[in-house]
Design a protein around this ligand. Structure first.
Ligand code: ZN
Ligand code: ZN
Length: 379
C-alpha cells in the first residue's frame, strides 16, 4: 500500500514539474505499477492529489476491493465504465476540473486520441503528449520488486539447467519448446514471458527463430532463449549447447560472444551510460571480425514487461519527446536498474551464438539475477 502511495507521489512530483494537472495512464503495465490492478482493460487518472481507477463491470469487484483497501491511505477511487471507456474518461476529467492532462503517446491509438479530443472540446481540458513518464520510474526497481526478480531468476536458471541436460538428438525444436513451456509453469511461473526460442543447427543464425519441425542432429548448435513471468515480473535467459563434438567455427563464435558478454558486464556500474555497455560488447566482436554479425542491441530492461527501459544499445534519437525528457535515448545506469546483457553473433546459413543473463545494477557494479554456467554446454 505504502509502496503504491510512494510510486504515485514520485510521479506527481514529476507531473507538477512538467506543468501537468493529471496523467491519463492507459498502458496496462503502468496501470498495474500504480494501482496493482491487473485486468485486461483499465485506465488510471492520476491527479496531483488523487488517483481514479476506471474499469468495466468485469473487474468491478476487484477494483472496488483495491479502492477499499486504500481507503484513508492513498486515496484510490473507482469509477465504473457505463457506456464506453472514452466517454467515462471525458466525464471524469471534466468533473475533476483539471486543464492540462498528459497522455501516454506510445500507448494510445490515434482513434482513441481523436475521440477524447472531440469529447473534451470546449471543456477547458487539453491533452498533452508525454512519453515514458511512468516507465522512467519503473526502470529502477524497489526492494520488493528485486526480491521477486531474484527469485524468478533463480527459478528460470533451474529450468535452463534441466533443459540443457535433457537435450537429445532426434527431438524436434517444437517438442523441446513445449517441454520448456511446461517446465516454466511447473517452476511456479504464471507462464512464459514470450514465445520460447529453440533453434538447432543453421536456425541458430536467426536471432528470433521460431521453433519448428527440424529435428536436432549430431553436431548441432542448439540455442535456447526463454523467460517466465513470476508474480508479474519477467526474466529472460539464453544459453547454447552443442550436441556431440563442437565444430571449430562454433567454438570460435562461442568464445567471442563469451568475451563480449564479459566485457559488457565489466562496463556496468552506476553513473555509466547504457550505450557504454553496448560499446564494450561491440568492440570485442568488431576486434574479432564479427562486428557485422552482431546486429541487435546488447540488452534491454526487464520488469513488468520483457522489454522495457533502460535500452542498452547504440545511442539513438528518442521517438517522440517527453515533456522534460532527453532527445537522446541513453540513460545513465542507476543502482536498482535491471536489464539483460545478451551479445550474439549470427552467420546466415551457418549458425549463431547468443549468451543472455539478467542483472541488477548495484552501488559497486552489478549482481546476476540468473545463474547458469556460461561455458558451451556439451551434450
Ligand atoms: Zn531472451
Ligand atoms: Zn532478452
Amino acid at each position: 500500500m505504502h509502496l503504491l502511495r510512494d510510486r504515485r507521489s514520485a510521479l506527481r512530483a514529476r507531473l507538477s514539474h512538467d506543468g501537468l494537472d493529471a496523467l491519463l495512464v492507459t498502458h496496462p503495465a503502468n496501470v498495474f505499477y500504480l494501482t496493482s490492478f491487473r485486468g485486461s482493460a483499465g485506465v488510471v487518472v492520476l491527479t496531483l492529489d488523487g488517483a481514479c481507477l476506471i474499469t468495466d463491470s468485469r473487474y468491478a469487484t476487484v477494483a472496488q476491493g483495491l479502492a477499499a483497501a486504500e481507503a484513508g491511505v492513498a486515496g484510490l477511487t473507482f469509477v465504473q465504465v457505463e457506456s464506453s471507456y472514452e466517454e467515462t474518461v471525458c466525464d471524469v476529467l471534466k468533473d475533476l476540473g483539471v486543464s492540462r492532462v498528459g497522455i501516454e503517446t506510445a500507448h494510445m491509438t490515434l482513434a482513441r486520441h481523436d475521440w477524447l479530443e472531440r469529447g473534451l472540446a470546449g471543456s477547458g481540458v487539453t491533452l498533452r503528449g508525454t512519453t515514458g513518464l511512468v516507465e522512467s520510474f519503473r526502470q529502477v526497481k524497489d526492494a520488493d520488486e528485486l526480491a521477486t526478480m531474484r527469485e524468478a531468476g533463480r527459478r528460470i536458471s533451474g529450468v535452463m539447467a534441466e533443459t540443457l541436460s535433457g537435450l537429445r538428438t532426434g527431438r524436434r525444436e517444437r517438442d523441446v519448446a513445449a517441454d520448456i513451456d511446461w517446465a516454466i509453469r511447473a517452476a511456479g511461473f504464471d507462464g512464459p514471458a514470450f514465445e520460447t526460442i529453440v533453434a538447432g543447427g543453421p536456425n541458430t543464425a536467426l536471432p528470433h527463430a521460431r521453433p519448428g519441425e527440424r529435428r536436432l542432429a549430431a553436431g548441432d548448435l542448439v540455442l535456447l532463449d526463454f523467460g517466465g513471468v513470476y508474480d508479474g515480473y519477467c526474466v529472460d535467459l539464453t544459453r547454447v549447447a552443442i550436441l556431440g563434438t563442437p565444430d571449430p567455427a562454433a567454438l570460435g563464435w562461442h568464445e567471442a560472444v563469451s568475451e563480449a558478454h564479459a566485457a559488457a558486464l565489466a562496463a556496468v556500474g552506476p553513473g555509466v551510460r547504457a550505450s557504454a555497455v553496448d560499446t564494450a560488447a561491440r568492440a570485442v566482436l568488431e576486434r574479432r571480425g564479427l562486428g557485422a554479425a552482431f546486429h541487435h542491441g546488447t540488452g534491454h530492461g526487464l520488469g513488468l514487461e520483457v522489454h522495457e527501459a533502460p535500452r542498452v544499445g547504440k545511442r539513438r534519437r528518442a521517438v517522440g519527446s517527453s515533456v522534460s525528457g532527453d532527445d537522446v535515448e541513453d540513460v545513465r545506469l542507476e543502482s536498482g536498474m535491471v536489464f539483460t546483457v545478451e551479445p550474439g553473433v549470427y552467420l546466415p546459413g551457418q549458425g549463431g551464438v547468443r549468451l543472455e543473463d539478467d542483472l541488477v545494477v548495484t552501488a559497486d557494479g552489478y549482481q546476476f539475477l540468473t545463474h547458469v554456467s556460461l561455458d558451451l554446454f556439451v551434450v
